[in-house]
Structure formats: C-alpha cells, structure tokens
Design a protein around this ligand. Structure first.
Ligand code: FES
Length: 320
C-alpha cells in the first residue's frame, strides 16, 4: 500500500509519532491491538529496508480504520529504519507499507490483563490498553522507563478510563527485577501478561512470572525490532542451491542480506518472534537470537531465524 504521512508529532526527544493514511483517500484494512505493519524505507544509496512498527491506535471493532499511527524511537545504533524516518519523513511523505499482521493479540474474554512495557515497548500495549478501556476490561499497565521525560504516550495512557497505569521510572537493574517479581507475585493466577520491551526485560518478566507460578502460556510477549548489537560480527553465507556467496556485515541482518541478493525468503516480524524467516542450515554454527525456536530445534542446529540470528562460525551454508 502507498500511504501518505499526514502528521508527524514529537512525543519525546527521541520518539516521534507518524500518522499514515491512504495516499489515494479512503480507509485502510482493519487490525486488532498488538498488530504491526512493515514499512519499506529507501535508505538513499538505492537500498530499501523493511522495518516493523507496532500500531498505536486501537480501531473500534467493525469500524473502518482511517489511519495507522506508529511511534518510532530514534535508536542510537539504528540500522537505518528509525534514523531514516526521523531524518527524512515529514508530513506529505509517501511510504510503502504492508498490511497489518498480528502475532501478539489480546486473549479474548480473558479474566484480567496485565500489560508490562519496557521503554518503546509501550507502543503495542497502548493500543491494547485503549481497546481494554473501551471494553471495560480488568486491565492494569506497568510502564518502565528511564525517566518521565522519555516516557512516550504517557498522557494518552493516563487519559484512558478504567486502566490502572503504574509508572516505574529511573530504576536500577536490580530494582527493575524486584518490581517485576512483585508484579508477578501480586497478579492472580488466571491473568494474562503481555510484555513488550528489550529482550532482557522480557526474559526477566517471564522468569519472575514462572517463579510465581504463572503458566508460560499466560505470558505473551513481543520484542520490538532487533537493533544492531555491539557483539555482531561479520560472516559469510553460501547458498547451496544457487551457489551464491554473501558477506553479512555487522550491522546488516542475514535476512536483509538474503533479500538484497534476491533469495526467496519470507519475513514478518523481523524481531525473532514469528518464525516466518526460518532458513535451513547445512553447515556452520548458528548464533540463535530469536524467541521462536524451541530448545530442541536449537540443539539440532538446522533451523535459524534469519532476521535476528547470526553465525558463530565464519561461514554458514544454507539450503537456499
Ligand atoms: S521475521 Fe519473524 S522471526 Fe524472523
């Protein structure tokens, strides 16, 4: 879809809200809270990168969707997506967008909902909180952030009727752990948790929820898009069928390298959540960084999520 940016609003020094509407007028395909869209962004050197962004605005069920609203954090180690949006996308810009998909949906008719956000992980949870407020559902939201100035969308959250919003700002790592443990302990057993934030934050919430006796199936989580990591090294990939050899530099994902080379791989979340980008490895040692594969899969060492996982060996041979 071609969408036009109709509004750009600064939410914090590092977070911008973009409102996207159909370039030719009309309405957009509907979605449920927790959904994301993938934008295709030209980086200026001819390369186009695809980046996922959670949708902020909760549509009313059964009503047409006039816009897709996204919140974008300018990441200090941006791989191109957030820096392009912040630097070049203005009201009137046209962007290419894939229709919404959802791998992080609310559980219908659940007893209670506990939303736990770390930083910009607030974006899908704001949309969920809006829907839960509209449904008068039993919902509580915990928002962890470095400080109040960096807490995007706080005013939107606090304006929601019926959703108890608790903020946790300026905490040390140990204090965050303690708060997460307390949240898990105080939450009744039949509640559903929805957690979005950095990988370590999600892991901590899952661990504390398990320690407090919550079943893993009640703890739903979504990492936001994988940022470039400092420990990412370059590696080579040989495609077994085409015979092509590619170099994957530190700040490019294997998925982006494969797509740039025209390889037939699929992608959806681009954050290691959904498994859409699985590729089969014939040779080499995988550095798994996803949340999708089971421990058995990892032990077998044949499948990897190309969007986030990398290689521990200098060369990977893929069945492609
Ligand atoms: S695209 Fe979802 S796990 Fe890679």
């Amino acid at each position: 879809m071609k969408l036009v940016v109709t509004e750009v609003r600064r939410e914090t020094t590092r977070v911008m809200r973009y409102v996207l509407r159909p370039a030719g007028g009309g309405v957009l395909p509907s979605f449920e809270p927790g959904a994301h869209v993938v934008l295709h962004l030209p980086l200026g050197d001819g390369a186009v990168v695809a980046r996922s962004y959670s949708l902020l605005n909760a549509p009313e069920p059964g009503r047409a969707v006039p816009s897709y609203d996204i919140g974008v954090l300018l990441h200090p180690r941006s791989r191109g997506g957030s820096s392009h949006l912040h630097a070049h996308v203005r009201a009137g810009s046209i962007v290419e967008c894939e229709p919404p998909r959802n791998a992080f949906a609310l559980v219908p008719h659940a007893g209670a909902h506990v939303l736990v956000a770390g930083g910009i992980g607030i974006t899908p949870l704001l949309c969920m909180a809006e829907r839960l407020a509209r449904e008068h559902a039993d919902a509580v939201l915990h928002y962890f952030c470095h400080d109040a100035e960096q807490a995007a969308f706080l005013a939107d959250l606090e304006a929601l009727p019926g959703v108890a919003v608790h903020t946790h700002f300026g905490l040390s790592r140990d204090d965050i752990e303690r708060r997460l443990a307390g949240i898990a302990m105080r939450t009744p057993g039949i509640s559903n948790f929805y957690v979005c934030g950095p990988a370590g934050f999600i892991d901590a919430m899952r661990r504390h929820a398990a320690d407090a006796g919550h079943a893993p199936s009640y703890v739903h989580f979504e990492r936001f898009e994988a940022a470039a990591t400092e420990d990412a090294g370059a590696f080579e990939v040989r495609l077994d069928v085409s015979g092509l050899t590619l170099r994957v530099p530190p700040h490019q994902s294997l998925l982006d390298a494969l797509l740039a080379a025209g390889a037939a791989v699929r992608a959806d979340c681009r954050a290691g959540n959904c498994g859409a980008c699985l590729v089969t490895v014939q040779q080499g040692e995988i550095d798994h960084r996803d949340d999708f594969l089971l421990d058995e899969d990892r032990a077998e060492g044949r499948l990897m999520c190309a969007c986030v996982s990398r290689s521990k060996s200098p060369l990977l041979v893929l069945q492609l």
